[in-house]
Design a protein. Structure first.
Length: 216
């Protein structure tokens, strides 16, 4: 049996254009961006695992100065073509290379599911470093009381395009954020009918949540 792709961003290369044209849950995304904007005290924003960059572009429209990062070249190419005002960079979300204290906010939608458990604290520590004092981190993610993770055999509907999904439980992520030095951590359940009805998410008991935290 083949192993899941250890470079999950490669699983998006052949499906990027289709992914970019699909709308999943605009209401849920609006709500997440509003929650993030309400926390933000400044304009410099880093979008993690941006995919096609739709959310980053909306944050830019709202007055932010957005840098969006991903390792999937097809998404970066789509983003640069579609949203020329956003700065797209090819960079690992686990190890973004920016100066300390660069950003007022870091925003990540549905990308932390690709960060293996053993790398979570290092990634969070990197976010703490590149945030300004008082800066906010916001992640929207799915967890489960049933499973720690699962493997999808046909990511994007392509048989053999195998991807492992990590379900970081909200309580565990909260503790990790505290341990690396974040404070004012808030966990919010996010209603998301689109994902809640997806058979593989339903089977694994996945629930969406947002977690935000501040650099003291
Ligand atoms: C489920 S998609 C979410 C895309 C977008 N944020 C959205 O909400 O539509 C996950 C994204 O994370 C990216 N990704 C996965 N692992 C990554 C890594 N280590 N560094 C940078 N991007 C990564 C993938 O290429 C993909 O664009």
């Amino acid at each position: 049996m083949s192993q899941p792709n250890d470079k999950p961003y490669l699983a998006y290369e052949s499906i990027a254009e289709d992914y970019a044209s699909e709308q999943d849950d605009p209401k849920m995304r609006d709500r997440c961006r509003t929650m993030f904007l309400d926390l933000l005290r400044g304009k410099r924003v880093l979008e993690l695992g941006c995919g096609p960059g739709h959310d980053g572009a909306k944050l830019q429209e709202a007055g932010c100065n957005v840098t969006s990062i991903d390792l999937c070249e097809s998404f970066l190419e789509y983003g640069r073509r579609t949203y020329p005002n956003v700065d797209f960079q090819c960079m690992d979300i686990e190890d973004p290379s920016f100066e300390s204290n660069t950003f007022d906010g870091i925003f990540g939608m549905a990308c932390f599911c690709h960060v293996p458990k053993e790398n979570v604290k290092k990634a969070l520590g990197n976010y703490l470093d590149i945030l300004q004092t008082g800066g906010s981190l916001f992640l929207c993610h799915g967890d489960s009381e049933q499973v720690d993770g699962y493997v999808v055999d046909d990511w994007g509907g392509i048989e053999g395009n195998k991807v492992e999904i990590f379900c970081h439980h909200r309580d565990v992520l909260k503790t990790s954020l505290e341990e690396v030095g974040f404070d004012e951590i808030q966990v919010t359940h996010i209603d998301c009918p689109f994902y809640e009805e997806m058979p593989r998410l339903k089977k694994n008991g996945i629930r969406m949540y947002a977690i935000s935290a501040k650099k003291p």
